[in-house]
Design a protein around this ligand. Structure first.
Ligand code: NAD
Ligand code: NA
Length: 397
C-alpha cells in the first residue's frame, strides 16, 4: 500500500514507517557528529517514543552509550491501519541500538498503571543489572486513570482566567485562523493536574525506590514548558500551566527525598517550543513556534528536538554549564527566552495576518517539522513506493 499524509487540523491521521526510520536516523546522525559524553549507563524513559522523550533516548544511547528502557503508549498495524508514528520510531530506534550492541527494551502500554511499574521494576531487577541511574519523565497524555481510586481523568486545554481568542496555524488547510480557548471549570483544572501534574512521576519514583532499583547518585528529570508572554494566556495561565506547577512542586519533594537517600537529584527542565504530536494541537502554539523559528534561525540559535535535548544532557544534567533559575528549574529554553528573541517574535506577532503569515514566519520549517514527526516530507524517502503492511506487521518494538 502507498501511504499518503492525511491531516485533521493539528492531527496526523497517517504516518509513514519508512519515513520514521529516516526521522530517527537523522537524530542519531546528529548525536554521532558530536563528541561522546560521560553520562548514565542505565536509563528509564517514560514517554520514549516521540518528541522530547525519543530525542533524549537517542542522545543518551548514541552519545553516552546508555542502555535504555522505554515506556510508551503506541499501536501497531491493525488491518489496513498502519499503526502510530511512535511505534515505528521505537522499532527504528531498536534496530539502530541493536547494531551498536546497546540494550534497548520497550514496554508498550499505560505508564500510569501500577502493573506497568511492576513490570518495569521486575525487568530492571532480573535482566537490566538491578539498578537505574536516570529516569526521564516525558509523558504527554490527555487521559489518566488514577491507579489508587480507579477514576479516569481527562485533561482540558483551557484557560484559567478568561476566554482567549488568538491566531493559530491549521496545518491541514494551510491557513492561519482564529481559535478560541474557553475557561476551565475548577473540575477541569483539577483533572488536568491529575493527568499532567507530578502525581504519576512521584508514584514511579516511590515504586522504584521500594523495588530497590535506584542507584547511588540517581537523577530524575521531568520535562515542562513555560513559554513567553504571548502564550501566557494559553500556557502559563492555562490548565497546562497549573499542571506544570504541580510538576515543579513534585520535583522539590522528590529532590529532598533523593538527596537524602541516594545523594540523588530531581529536576524539572523547561524546554524550547517545538512541533511535536502534543504541541501541534495546543491553540496559538503552532503560530508562535513558526514565528520563533524564523527569529531563532536568523540568529543562528535554532534547535530541533535532538539539539535541544543533547545540549540539556551534555551541558546541564551531565555537564558543567547548567542554566538553573531561582526556582531550581533547568532552563535549556534560555535561547528562546532571550530578550532580543522575544522582542522580535512580539513584533512579528503584532504584524502577522492570514495573508502574510507564510512569508513572515518560518511556516515552511514548522510545517516540515510537523510532517517529519509523522515520517513525511523527507527528500530521500520514496513516498510512491509500496509499503508492505503484512511484512511490517511482523515487527514489534
Ligand atoms: P509527544 O506527544 O511527542 O510524546 C509523548 C510521549 O508520551 C509518547 O512517547 C507517548 O507514547 C507517551 N505516552 C502518552 N500517554 C502515555 C501513557 N498513558 N503511557 C505511556 N506512554 C504514554 O510529546 P512531547 O512534546 O515530547 O512532550 C513530552 C513532554 O515535553 C511533555 O511534558 C511536554 O509538556 C514537554 N515539552 C514539550 C514542548 C514542545 O514544544 N513540544 C516544549 C517543552 C516541554
Ligand atoms: Na516524549
Amino acid at each position: 500500500m502507498v501511504i499518503k499524509p492525511r491531516l485533521k487540523g493539528g492531527l496526523a491521521l497517517t504516518n509513514h514507517p519508512i519515513g520514521a526510520k529516516e526521522f530517527v536516523k537523522r537524530q542519531i546522525d546528529y548525536v554521532k557528529s558530536q563528541d561522546k559524553y560521560e553520562g548514565p549507563k542505565k536509563v528509564l524513559i517514560i514517554g520514549s517514543s516521540s518528541g522530547y522523550g525519543l530525542a533524549t533516548r537517542i542522545s543518551l544511547a548514541f552519545g553516552a552509550g546508555a542502555e535504555t528502557i522505554g515506556v510508551a503508549f503506541e499501536k501497531g498495524v491493525e488491518g489496513k491501519r498502519v499503526g502510530s508514528a511512535g511505534w515505528w520510531n521505537t522499532i527504528a530506534f531498536n534496530e539502530a541500538a541493536e547494531k551498536e550492541g546497546l540494550v534497548s527494551k520497550n514496554f508498550i502500554g499505560d505508564a500510569f498503571s501500577m502493573e506497568m511499574k511492576d513490570d518495569v521494576i521486575k525487568f530492571i531487577k532480573e535482566e537490566f543489572g538491578g539498578k537505574i541511574d536516570l529516569l526521564i519523565y516525558s509523558l504527554a497524555s490527555g487521559v489518566r486513570t488514577d491507579p489508587i481510586d480507579g477514576i479516569t481523568y481527562r485533561s482540558a486545554l483551557k484557560s484559567t482566567t478568561k476566554e482567549i481568542t488568538g491566531p493559530t496555524i491549521n496545518f491541514e488547510k494551510e491557513t492561519m485562523e482564529e481559535t478560541t480557548m474557553g475557561v476551565a471549570t475548577p473540575e477541569e483544572i483539577k483533572s488536568t493536574v491529575k493527568v499532567m501534574g507530578g502525581e504519576d512521576w512521584k508514584l514511579w519514583i516511590e515504586a522504584l525506590d521500594k523495588g530497590g532499583v535506584l542507584s547511588e547518585g540517581f537523577k530524575t528529570v521531568a520535562y515542562s514548558y513555560l513559554g513567553p508572554k504571548v502564550t501566557y494566556g494559553i500556557y502559563k495561565e492555562g490548565t497546562i500551566g497549573a499542571a506544570k506547577r504541580d510538576l515543579e512542586h513534585t520535583s522539590d519533594i522528590l529532590n529532598d527525598f533523593l538527596k537524602e537517600k541516594y545523594n540523588g537529584e530531581a529536576y524539572v527542565s523547561l524546554s524550547k517550543a517545538l512541533m511535536t504530536r502534543a504541541s501541534a494541537v495546543i491553540p496559538i502554539f503552532p503560530l508562535y513556534a513558526a514565528l520563533l523559528y524564523k527569529v531563532m534561525k536568523e540568529k543562528g540559535i535554532h534547535e530541533g528536538t535532538i539539539e535541544q535535548k543533547h545540549r540539556l544532557l551534555t551541558q546541564m544534567v551531565y555537564g558543567n554549564n547548567p542554566v538553573i533559575d531561582e526556582e531550581r528549574r533547568l532552563r535549556p529554553d534560555n535561547w528562546e527566552m532571550r530578550e532580543d528573541v522575544q522582542e522580535e517574535v512580539e513584533a512579528l506577532w503584532d504584524k502577522v495576518t492570514p495573508e502574510n503569515f507564510k512569508q513572515i514566519s518560518d511556516y515552511a520549517g514548522a510545517r516540515a517539522e510537523f510532517m517529519q514527526l509523522n515520517g513525511f516530507d523527507f527528500d530521500n524517502v520514496d513516498y510512491d513506493a509500496d509499503v508492505d503492511l503484512d511484512e511490517l506487521a511482523k515487527l514489534v518494538p
